[in-house]
Design a protein around this ligand. Structure first.
Ligand code: ATP
Ligand code: MG
Length: 440
């Protein structure tokens, strides 16, 4: 992509309404624009990040045996009356009437909708377990939308749902998601710690929120300091094998959100306890037959017994993640995107657009990078070098390649790694090779 043709409205000034760094940087780097309270448009750069986050989620969900579907945003109120939630869900639910005066709602979540699908089309115990998810916009009329997309009213969520024949099966489904979540966040360059969370009316301990540490986070957390030294990548773990030991390793160390924390019963000495703030980027929980029972989601067992299915739900805040990643990865100059979610891999800066040598060298590199499948943003604008470098740092692409008049004639470029900032003057082909090796 050539920046001269790209819609990237960066801002020099810090917008007054933004109180946390991710919100400031998302506005300044032209990722998002506010449409109304808690409702945002995603501009090209931001939309690319959203798609990258989705890709990581899709890959990890697929590896974990979950299948992508797409359910609608608008749902029938009658379906929610069946579960009893229509009247319980408060003013956060956006209620709408269609032209026939039928009550509808903009889905804040999809337990009812997915349970209806499974109820209507899964009849045999042989068809279980199943794990279905989608990535779809949600609406919750939050009392205090704030911090940009961090707490929006309309926001993108991945929500998945598992269906099993019994508790044992549901627990296995839960463990698979637990490990898949560790892997998902780690691939995005995040350390998200699973913490025991409120499980709602069913009780039990199968409820974890995944939390990224950040001073600006809305959740207060209390956790064993050893958790922060653990490697969440869960590399080499066989998702089809027994995951109980992996889950145990994480859950045997104390970690609780405020709701679950009780200083009186917390087993940790003060020196081992990290008390901090964090951002909830996901929540998984087992809810038993809470929706299957009222909606009649059941199968017939070989002996003729009617078995009501056990469910779990697994949410990831997709749009919130874009902000959470920035909270975790930025510096004074701007965003520092982790490779997996960066909107482009390389920012190629032509330091003197219009200079024949510079243009030829930049175009040559641009073509070679694209030919090798690298996503590159070429700054070919007629701007001062300082402006171009500042914009590149602001938008935070993992690699920067700068081509100036002297280098263009000598066949060299300056390669900079955005994270860490180390720079090297290299032959153009060597720089290219270094990028290809690292992104392989
Ligand atoms: P919170 O405690 O932050 O209000 P929640 O517990 O209501 O979230 P869930 O119903 O568990 O959220 O939704 C799953 C995920 O969706 C959350 O972990 C979070 O990452 C994301 N999410 C929830 N509400 C919002 C929101 N208003 N804006 C952006 N993301 C959200
Ligand atoms: Mg939650």
């Amino acid at each position: 992509m050539r920046l001269s043709r790209y819609f990237l409205p960066t801002l020099r000034e810090t917008p007054a309404e933004a109180r946390i760094v991710s919100h400031r940087l998302m506005l300044r780097s032209g990722m998002i624009r506010r449409a109304s309270a808690g409702i945002y448009s995603w501009l090209p750069l931001g939309f690319r990040v959203l798609k990258k986050i989705e890709t990581v989620i899709h890959e990890e969900m697929t590896a974990a045996g979950a299948q992508a579907v797409l359910m609608p945003t608008l749902q029938l109120a009658d379906l929610w009356r069946e579960s009893g939630r229509y009247d319980v869900y408060g003013p956060e639910m956006l209620r709408i009437a269609d032209r026939h005066d039928r009550d509808m709602l903009y889905g804040p979540t999809n337990e009812e909708q997915i349970t209806q699908i499974v109820r209507d089309d899964i009849r045999s115990f042989r068809d279980l377990p199943r794990n279905l998810y989608h990535i779809q916009w949600k609406f919750r009329d939050e009392i205090r939308p704030r911090f940009g997309v961090m707490r929006g009213r309309e926001f993108l969520m991945k929500d998945g749902y598992s269906f099993d024949l019994d508790f044992e099966g549901a627990k296995r489904s839960y463990n698979i998601m637990f490990v898949a979540y560790l892997r998902t966040y780690a691939r995005m360059g995040l350390k998200a710690i699973p913490m025991r969370a409120e499980s709602g009316p069913i009780g039990g301990d199968l409820s974890h929120e995944f939390i990224v540490l950040a001073d600006t986070g809305e959740s207060a957390i209390h956790a064993d300091k050893r958790l922060f030294a653990m490697d969440p990548r869960a590399d080499g773990v066989d998702l089809e094998g027994d995951l109980e030991p992996v889950v145990k390793r994480w859950t045997s160390l104390y970690a609780a959100t405020d709701d679950k924390h009780d200083p009186a019963t917390c087993p940790l000495p003060a020196g081992d306890l990290v008390e901090a703030r964090g951002i909830e980027v996901g929540h998984i929980f087992y809810f038993g037959t809470k929706y299957s029972e009222p909606l009649g989601c059941a199968v017939t067992m070989p002996d003729g017994e009617r078995r009501v299915l056990h469910g779990g739900s697994y949410g990831i805040g997709v749009s919130r993640l874009a902000a959470a990643i920035i909270e975790a990865s930025h510096d004074d100059a701007g965003v520092v995107w982790p490779d997996a979610v960066a909107p482009f891999d390389v920012g190629l800066v032509n330091l003197k657009s219009g200079d024949a040598d510079c243009d030829a060298a930049a175009d040559d590199l641009y073509g070679k990078l694209r030919g090798a499948g690298v996503e590159v943003l070429l700054d070919d604008r007629e701007e001062r070098a300082g402006v171009k470098f500042a914009d590149m740092d602001l938008i935070g692409l993992p690699w920067q390649l700068a081509v100036g008049p002297r280098g263009a004639r000598a066949g060299t470029v300056e390669l900079k790694r955005r994270a860490g900032g180390e720079k090297h003057e290299l032959a153009a082909d060597a720089a290219l090779q270094r990028i290809l090796d690292k992104s392989a």
